[in-house]
Write a protein that binds this ligand. Structure first.
Ligand SMILES: Cc1ncc(COP(=O)(O)O)c(C=O)c1O
Length: 449
């Protein structure tokens, strides 16, 4: 059993240790407060264990070095942005070449066509467009869906995350109303005007919500990953597809994270058949990117709409979308890095990471569990598997969460903040994984009776 007194005192010790180990990162963080809100360029960066982000001075493969000269095994990998590792050579070459040749023309390059063809081959959808983030790809897909269906609403699953898309930052109250998600900054309008929310895996609630035929598109990660990994129950995807078709609603599958499942994402692995498909992040090795694909039927309807609106895609896009350096990098990643061999090598290593955690769970008889998806593994501080976002939220334990993160960080391991998740990449070795196993065990041994 976890002893909370021990946990609290060891956590305090670890916080002190963090401060002793990181004087330069702390100094840089304090100095940054002069011009950066909260001392960081992106406010999420204060959410790392210790409340001070380590200041990165070097990286490569699966490691980072901070301003205090400490080297970390990086299992966060930019929360998927660097799932292919830091600076894989084919991507680095493409970036370097285009840094000299020119980066952005607002004109197509052959690499974009190559990428479109490759995305079509991998994921099965006919037409592709690009953006500078997966957030934007989701936004643009919503706009096309609304334009074609003439319906105002989107439907998302409770505690989902699809980037900072206004319509999706909504949750359910206990009485089933839709409200702005706690912590949402400056909600654009009352989200119940734009959004319906259902619990994941709840087929009856989904049908009830779609019945009114006012939903343009249902957006779903094929496995929830942003509130921890919550798998679909058997048959849920079949029902999701059946009901969206029955009520004339488009289905968007967002594989920005679940691309870790396999070469064609979860979609190919499980034979899903979405109308829209969104991905981003790692496809260009961490260069900002998003992409959205759609079926031929959607494409033909979109073309007709756009012709009628004369002129291409007013309001959908951005001058930096599909720029030359991003397209060249994506081509390099898809052709040479994110290959079948990537998954063949790294999924077994993720299994080893998972088994390492289970060794301690068994040894200390912990009421904890793990979830896995392809190259992604995470541990939970509960035994029972969450069936939906509410279960996942209710099982959170912030004391344990912060302690496990900072304990690992103080010993040279960076886990993904927000939950206890690791992503495995080709530059990770068995030794890296076994180091985590050892540190995880040591962290647990200090807080059990
Ligand atoms: C499922 C999903 N969709 C979209 C996004 C947004 O990606 P980006 O940060 O590139 O806008 C994220 C980010 O984590 C995500 O997890």
């Amino acid at each position: 059993m976890i002893n909370r007194d021990k946990l609290n005192s060891v956590y305090e010790r670890e916080l002190e240790m963090f401060k002793d180990l990181h004087p330069k990162s702390i100094e840089r963080f304090e100095a940054a407060k002069n011009s950066l809100l909260l001392g960081v360029p992106l406010n999420w960066m204060v959410r790392y264990a210790g409340g001070v982000p380590i200041s990165v001075v070097d990286s490569g493969g699966a490691s980072l070095t901070d301003a205090d000269g400490i080297k970390y095994t990086d299992f966060c990998l930019g929360d998927t942005g660097s799932m292919v590792g830091h600076g894989p050579l084919p991507a680095a070459k493409a970036i370097a070449e285009h840094a000299y040749k020119g980066t952005s023309f607002m004109l197509p390059t052959e690499d974009a066509t190559w990428c479109g063809n490759e995305l079509q081959r991998r994921f099965g959808l006919k037409y592709w467009q690009f953006s500078t983030s997966a957030t934007d790809a989701n936004r643009f897909a919503i706009r096309l869906a609304r334009q074609i269906t003439k319906r105002p609403k989107v439907l998302v699953f409770n505690w989902c995350y699809h980037g900072t898309v206004d319509e999706t930052i909504a949750t359910l109250t206990e009485d089933g109303s839709v409200i702005s998600r706690k912590g949402n900054i400056g909600p654009q309008i009352d989200p119940s005007l734009t959004t319906k929310v259902c619990e994941w895996n709840d087929v009856a609630a989904l049908e009830e919500a779609l019945k009114d035929e006012d939903v343009a598109v249902v957006m779903a990660e094929p496995v929830m990953t942003n509130i921890g990994i919550v798998h679909p129950l058997p048959g849920f995807h079949d029902e999701l597809r059946r009901l969206t078709r029955k009520y004339g609603t488009y289905l968007l599958i967002d594989e920005t994270h679940t691309i870790c499942a396999g070469i064609g994402g979860y979609t190919k692995l499980h034979g899903l058949d979405p109308d829209f498909f969104v991905c981003g992040k790692t496809l260009a090795s961490g260069i900002p990117v998003g992409t959205y694909g759609f079926t031929e039927e959607v494409g033909e309807k979109a073309k007709a709409e756009l012709d009628a609106l004369y002129g291409l895609v007013k309001g959908i896009g951005g001058t930096l979308a599909a720029n030359a350096i991003t397209m060249a990098t994506m081509r390099a990643v898809l052709s040479e890095v994110l290959t079948p061999e990537f998954y063949e090598r790294n999924i077994p290593l993720a299994d080893r990471f998972n088994e390492g955690i289970h060794q301690s769970i068994r040894e200390f008889n912990l009421p904890w569990s793990t979830q896995k998806l392809g190259t992604r593994v995470e541990y939970w501080f509960c035994e029972e598997e969450a069936k939906n976002g509410t279960d996942a939220v209710n099982s959170r334990d912030f004391e344990l969460d912060w302690y496990m993160h900072i304990y690992a960080l103080n010993r040279g391991i960076l886990m993904t903040p927000f939950h206890n998740m690791a992503i495995i990449t080709t530059a990770h070795t068995q030794e890296d994984v076994d180091k985590h196993t050892e540190i995880f065990r040591a962290a647990v041994a200090e807080i059990v009776d």
